[in-house]
Design a protein around this ligand. Structure first.
Ligand code: ADP
Ligand code: ASP
Ligand code: MG
Length: 406
C-alpha cells in the first residue's frame, strides 16, 4: 500500500462534472489499496473572479483582507469533493489549510510554509478517512490566514508529501506531463517521461507555470518524489528525478517564457563602481524584484544601466528612479513595458558550446531583435519584444530539434 498526495488543479475541478470525474479517479485509487491525501485548487477562474471583485471595491486592497477573500475558492472545491466521495461510499473530510496544520510566515499574498504538523492528517488516515485539503492557504502562528502566491496549491501538495513522507506527490493538471515547451504555444512540443530536478527548477523559475517554482524548490529541499500527470487521461506523466539521466543529455531540453516583463534604462550615468547599488537599493527596498541587469559603457566615463522587472511594477519603479537619475546626473530614464523573456534550458549545455550562437542565429533569421541577455550554466535567456513571443518559442523549438518527430 502506497501513500500518495494527489493535487488537482483548477481546470481539473473546474465544473461539477469534473469534480465527479476526479472523485471517480480517487475512488479507483483507494479501491486499488492506496492511501491518499488530496489537495485541491479553486474551480477554474474562481481565484481570478475573486481578485477582480476586490479590485472593483478598492484600487489597493489590504493584503490581509485580500487573503481572506481569495482563499475562499478552495473552500468550495474541497467541500464539494468531500460530498462527491461520500456519495461513492468513501469516508472523506474537507480541511482548510489551518486544519491541515500548515504554518506559514506572515507575508500575505506570498506567504512561505514554515512547517506542517501531521497529527490531524495521521489521525484521519488511520481511521480510513480521506483528507481533502484546501491548497494555496495556511495560517501564521498568530492565527492569521495567509495565501501562498498564485499557483500555490502545488506547494501545499509538496509540503504535505514531505511532512507525511509520502511515496509520491502527484500533480494532476490539464496536460499529461511536462513538455519541451508549453504545448499551447507549440503544438509540436514533446512530453518528457523524466526531467532532472535541476532542469525543472530552471523551467519553473523562467516562467513554465506547470509547477509553481516554490513547489519545485520545496521538493528539492526534502527530496520529494514528484510527478506531473493529467486528470483527463491515463498515463505515467513526467517524473521529476533527482538522479542523473542515463546517456548524453541533449544540449537543450526545454524552452520557457515569461510574458510580463518590462525594462528600465538610466541613460548616461557615471561609469563607476557603486552606481548599480545606488540605482537598485530603492527598487529592492520597495519589494520590487529585479530580474535581468545590463551595464554598458557608452562614452568614456559614462554608461547606460538597464534592468527588468515584472510589468506590474514598471510604473512604480519608474517613479522611484526619477530622483535617483537626477542625483546621478543621468541624461534621462526610459522604460519599455512590452517585453517578454524567452529562455532555453538544458543540463547538456554544461558540456556543449554553440547554444548561444544557434539561439542568436535563429532569432536573427526571424528578424527578432534581442534586447537583453542573461546566462547561467544551464540556461540562456533573452528579453525581446512581446509580439515575437510565439515566433521565438516555435523557431527555437525547431532549431534545437525538440519536436516529437526528431
Ligand atoms: P493547474 O490549474 O492544474 O494548476 P496550470 O494552468 O497552473 O494548471 O498549469 C498547467 C499549464 O501549464 C498547462 O495547461 C500549460 O499551458 C502550461 N505549461 C507551461 N509550460 C509547460 C510545459 N513546459 N509543459 C507542460 N505545460 C506547460
Ligand atoms: N487557486 C489559486 C490560484 O489560482 C491556487 C492554485 O490554483 O494553485 O492561483
Ligand atoms: Mg497551477
Amino acid at each position: 500500500m502506497a501513500l500518495y498526495v494527489q493535487k488537482f488543479g483548477g481546470t481539473s475541478v473546474g465544473s461539477l462534472e469534473r469534480i465527479e470525474s476526479v472523485a471517480d479517479r480517487i475512488a479507483r485509487s483507494v479501491r486499488n489499496g492506496h492511501q491518499l491525501v488530496v489537495v485541491l485548487s479553486a474551480m477554474a477562474g474562481e481565484t481570478n473572479r475573486l481578485v477582480s471583485l476586490a479590485h472593483q471595491v478598492s484600487a489597493d486592497p489590504d493584503p490581509r483582507e485580500m487573503d481572506m477573500l481569495i482563499s475562499t475558492g478552495e473552500q468550495i472545491s474541497i467541500a464539494l469533493m468531500a460530498m462527491a466521495l461520500q456519495k461513492r461510499g468513501l469516508q472523506a473530510q474537507a480541511l482548510l489549510g489551518d486544519q491541515a496544520q500548515i504554518l506559514t510566515d506572515d507575508r500575505h499574498g506570498k506567504a512561505r510554509i514554515k512547517s506542517v504538523a501531521t497529527d490531524n492528517l495521521d489521525r484521519l488516515l488511520s481511521q480510513g478517512i480521506i483528507p481533502i485539503v484546501a491548497g494555496f492557504q495556511g495560517r501564521t502562528d498568530q492565527g492569521e490566514l495567509t495565501t501562498l502566491g498564485r499557483g500555490g496549491s502545488d506547494t501545499t501538495a509538496v509540503a504535505l508529501a514531505a511532512a507525511l513522507k509520502a511515496d509520491e506527490c502527484q500533480i494532476y493538471t490539464d496536460v499529461d506531463g511536462v513538455y519541451t515547451t508549453d504545448p499551447r504555444i507549440e503544438p509540436k512540443a514533446r512530453k518528457m517521461d523524466v526531467i532532472t530536478f535541476e532542469e525543472m527548477l530552471e523551467l519553473s523559475s523562467l516562467g513554465a507555470k506547470v509547477l509553481q517554482i516554490r513547489s519545485v524548490e520545496y521538493a528539492g529541499r526534502y527530496n520529494v518524489p514528484l510527478r506531473v500527470l493529467s486528470s483527463f487521461d491515463s498515463g505515467e506523466g513526467t517524473l521529476i528525478t533527482y538522479d542523473q539521466i542515463d546517456g548524453q543529455p541533449p544540449m537543450v531540453s526545454g524552452i520557457a517564457f515569461n510574458r510580463d516583463e518590462a525594462s528600465l534604462t538610466l541613460v548616461g550615468v557615471p561609469d563607476r563602481a557603486n552606481v548599480a547599488a545606488q540605482i537598485l537599493t530603492p527598487i529592492s527596498a520597495a519589494g520590487i524584484e529585479v530580474d535581468m541587469i545590463v551595464h554598458t559603457t557608452t562614452v568614456a566615463g559614462q554608461a547606460d544601466f538597464t534592468f527588468t522587472v515584472h510589468r506590474n511594477d514598471c510604473s512604480q519603479a519608474l517613479a522611484l528612479l526619477q530622483p535617483v537619475a537626477q542625483s546621478l546626473g543621468a541624461q534621462h530614464v526610459k522604460s519599455d513595458a512590452g517585453l517578454c523573456k524567452v529562455s532555453v534550458v538544458g543540463v547538456g549545455m554544461k558540456n556543449h558550446s554553440g547554444v548561444a550562437s544557434r539561439m542568436f542565429q535563429t532569432l536573427g533569421q526571424e528578424g527578432i531583435n534581442v534586447q537583453l541577455i542573461a546566462t547561467s550554466e544551464i540556461k540562456i535567456s533573452v528579453a525581446i519584444d512581446e509580439k515575437y513571443l510565439e515566433l521565438a518559442v516555435r523557431s527555437l523549438h525547431s532549431a534545437f530539434e525538440l519536436a516529437e518527430d526528431n
